[in-house]
Design a protein. Structure first.
Length: 271
């Protein structure tokens, strides 16, 4: 049921504020429910959710959004179910790029962990990581040699950071690095919660021949924190088809190589 007087009259800013209130009260807001409630198209709601996600006020999920609690960074467990289908599609795409005999560097994060689970059988790989979930997925694989970057265990991300991990990276090189991020901007910055994380990502990229940054659409031009990594080498952004075409073109116009992985849900600008 539409809100009285809202059809065609409720301004975008007011509608978005009400979307945040509904998501906070109900815990989950779906595109279809919001479109019916406000008497607008699903495409309009998707654009609202994209803008609210980019500002850090909502977190996109498959088919809708949830409110972002005002307690700072979410744990890996809390993020595990967010945008699961896009993450899985991105992870499968990345797994299909892996070649037999390669040395891979797998970053922390839920999408990269899904990639670790999807690595092809019998590929005879060397996998280096600082992520405990990645280690969990590869530790019993007879076809994978596993190396772990030590350091300080960062509980929120279930990964090691700090000078010990950085020192180990300086002695290694990799065919391909798959990185995650809390946000990615078109000017080439990767956003994270802590400076130690950004320093580690910069070193990972520097020591790798090819670099992919795996992020779902809601993280594009998203700036949830104030720590930034600047990757000096070329890298490829891999996202899902929930990304608005205008945002994808913004990244490409900035000289970034972008891969858009189909998920079956279509672009956030689609009808």
């Amino acid at each position: 049921m539409a809100i009285p007087g809202s059809r065609g009259t409720l301004r975008s800013r007011e509608r978005r504020e009400q979307i945040i209130s509904l998501a906070t009260d109900a815990g989950l807001a779906s595109v279809e429910e919001l479109a019916a409630r406000f008497g607008v198209t699903a495409s309009t709601i998707r654009r609202d959710l994209t803008q609210l996600s980019a500002s850090g006020r909502l977190a996109r999920t498959y088919g809708g959004a949830i409110a972002v609690p005002h307690r700072g960074e979410a744990s890996l467990d809390q993020r595990d179910s967010e945008a699961f289908e896009p993450k899985r599609a991105i992870a499968r795409w990345a797994a299909d790029r892996v070649e037999t005999g390669q040395s891979l560097l797998l970053d922390a994060g839920t999408t990269v962990a899904l990639l670790a689970r999807a690595l092809p059988a019998g590929a005879v790989l060397t996998v280096t990581t600082a992520s405990l979930p990645v280690l969990h997925h590869v530790q019993h694989r007879d076809d994978i040699t596993t190396l772990c970057l030590g350091g300080r265990l960062r509980a929120l991300s279930d990964a090691f950071v700090g000078p010990l991990a950085e020192a180990a990276l300086e002695r290694m090189s990799f065919d391909v690095a798959f990185l995650g991020a809390d946000g990615v901007t078109s000017d080439g910055g990767l956003c994270e919660a802590e400076l130690e994380q950004t320093r580690l990502k910069e070193l990972m990229a520097r020591r790798s021949r090819r670099v992919y940054v795996l992020v779902h659409a809601a993280k594009l031009n998203h700036r949830p924190f104030r720590a930034w990594a600047r990757l000096e080498t070329d890298w490829t952004l891999v996202t899902d088809d929930g990304a608005p075409p205008s945002v994808v073109e913004e990244f490409r116009a900035a000289g970034r190589d972008v891969v858009v992985v189909p998920t079956g849900r279509g672009s956030a600008d689609a009808g």
